[in-house]
Design a protein around this ligand. Structure first.
Ligand code: SF4
Length: 82
């Protein structure tokens, strides 16, 4: 199976999405449980990390039941390169 990894950054946090793991639970994009301004499967790219605060995005990513969504802090990534 192709294991695609997509990344979406707002300059502070990078959201990582692995579509092969997504169970289409709808948790991330439904109004009641998600952040529909950030996660919107009707548009491309479907993740817009500019549309909420870094803290909100991290909180939402942690609710993903499948592990399809994860994140890293952009600063940490930069530090790794030093
Ligand atoms: S919360 Fe996770 S498993 Fe559910 S639709 Fe979003 S990415 Fe897919």
């Amino acid at each position: 199976m192709k294991d695609i990894t997509k990344k979406y950054s707002n300059g502070e946090v990078t959201v990582v999405w692995r579509p092969s793991l997504c169970q289409h639970s709808t948790i991330c994009w439904k109004e009641a449980t998600g952040l529909p301004d950030v996660f919107n499967p009707m548009v491309k790219p479907w993740i817009n990390p500019q549309a909420a605060s870094t803290g909100q995005i991290i909180g939402q990513v942690k609710k993903c039941p499948s592990g399809a969504l994860s994140f890293f802090m952009d600063q940490e990534k930069m530090d790794l390169g030093d």
